[in-house]
Ligand binder design. Structure first.
Ligand SMILES: *Cc1c(COP(=O)(O)O)cnc(C)c1O
Length: 408
């Protein structure tokens, strides 16, 4: 497998260790897919047939699309939990709240570790294993670490997690510990953790699974592939998703590019990337027409999964906006929690970061960027139980708990 630098195009082989995450010039790497031998119609039929298989790697909503993700990765290295296969819901109450004609919610929260991180992580871990790594590491505000440690446990591998000592959701750290990871907390930000891994991972023999890992991006394309297949290859006008490190926005765009190039879809939907106002350097860059990103020194938002001041994948995400005539928006913590309330009450539920997508959609419909007669899909990235601290902010919850005497 070959990756190339997104800035200078230098090629790198990804088939031998040590694993490479970025170019000599500092640019991120992205995998170069060769679709030349692919018969799109035959592959499409294959994708439908595979959905019926329950005991092969095709039972995974990621590996079902292996030809478009990691065609050459040997199957015996794959570590999978049958990830993907998530629900697609049309929910009337959330649609009304967003104010749009038709709305689908793609619940990546239904993944085995409870977030969309599984779609990418299964590919990164499998790739690292194919290179001979036995230890895996990341810096994380939560869901990445839960996902990494789950796959490491599944594959009998070791995991090391660096966690900032504030602004993380306790549940996610506990979940990570429960899967058996070694956890180190430090005083500093997510960005400090990334730097530490840059400098030390290779000497400690660790394969790093942070969002810049290009195999994670390939795996996350499957969210879009599955959405497209579920909608019979006719996507809505808009796809709306939250942006933190911007890996998911990058993957969505790469997946759209792939499907369009192969002729699976005939029209590109527009992409809306929603950030939390307290951590919105990408939105500010786009809104101000700047050519480079100015990091936010003290990011702060209730949506802990979006609390990232220096999103490494901003160039890739910018290219996705260009490709799809996309937009950005920023929403306040209050707007996020209001959207979350509607998603939770609809019976689907989501963590605050995911609710940002719905809050952003509502905002973009209200300001006319998205027309109310258009259609949209929101990616719900994480599970309602991921961040139960945030549920305490529902002020009416104590009033709805009635103390009663049960007489027999
Ligand atoms: C990681 C994460 C995000 C942000 O995705 P990026 O790829 O970092 O932009 C959003 N929501 C949830 C629940 C997440 O875990």
């Amino acid at each position: 497998m070959i990756a190339s630098c997104i800035i200078c195009n230098s090629p790198y082989s990804m088939d031998t260790s040590p694993m490479r995450y970025s170019c000599e010039c500092g640019g991120l790497l992205q995998l170069v897919q060769d679709f030349s031998g692919i018969d799109a119609d035959q592959l499409k039929r294959c994708f439908y047939e595979r959905r019926a298989l329950r005991h092969t790697i095709s039972a995974s909503g990621v590996w079902r699309y292996k030809e478009l993700i990691a065609p050459k990765l040997p199957e015996d290295h794959i570590v999978t939990r049958n990830e993907g296969n998530t629900g697609l819901y049309e929910t009337e109450s959330v649609r009304q709240f967003a104010g749009i004609r038709r709305l689908w919610l793609k619940a990546q929260s239904e993944n085995p570790s409870g977030s969309f991180k599984d779609n990418g992580m299964t590919v990164a871990i499998s790739h690292g294993r194919s290179l001979g790594y036995r230890g895996f590491a990341c810096t994380s505000t939560g869901n990445t670490s839960s996902s990494l440690s789950m796959y490491a446990a599944t594959g009998g591998l070791a995991s090391l997690i660096l966690v900032p000592d504030r602004d993380v959701a306790l549940n996610k750290v506990l979940q990570t510990l429960a899967y058996g990871a070694q956890v180190r907390t430090f005083t500093g930000t997510y960005d400090d953790g990334i730097r530490w891994l840059d400098n030390h991972a290779e000497t400690e023999g660790l394969y790093v699974c942070n969002s810049i890992n290009p195999f994670r991006i390939e795996g996350q394309k499957s969210i879009l592939f599955e959405l497209a297949q579920d909608m019979d290859w006719s996507l809505p006008d808009w796809i709306v998703l939250p942006g933190g490190a911007l890996s998911n926005a990058s993957a969505l765009g790469k997946g759209l590019h792939d499907l369009y190039e192969l002729g699976f879809i005939s029209k590109l939907p527009r992409v809306a990337v929603i950030q939390a106002e307290g951590a919105s350097p990408f939105h500010r860059m786009i809104a101000n027409g700047n050519v480079s990103l100015t990091p936010e020194q003290k990011p702060s938002t209730v949506a802990s999964a979006l609390n990232i001041g220096n999103p490494p994948s901003w160039r890739k995400a910018r290219d996705v906006l260009q490709l799809t005539n996309g937009v950005t928006a920023a929403v306040t913590d209050e707007e996020i929690m209001q959207a979350k309330l509607h998603i939770d009450r609809s019976g689907i539920g989501a963590e605050p970061a995911s609710a940002a997508a719905v809050a952003g959609l509502r905002k973009l419909v209200r300001d006319g960027t998205i027309h109310r007669d258009e259609t949209a899909a929101c990616i719900l990235t994480g599970h309602i139980l991921k961040d139960s601290d945030s549920l305490r902010s529902y002020r009416d919850i104590p009033d709805r708990i009635q103390q009663v005497q049960l007489a027999n």
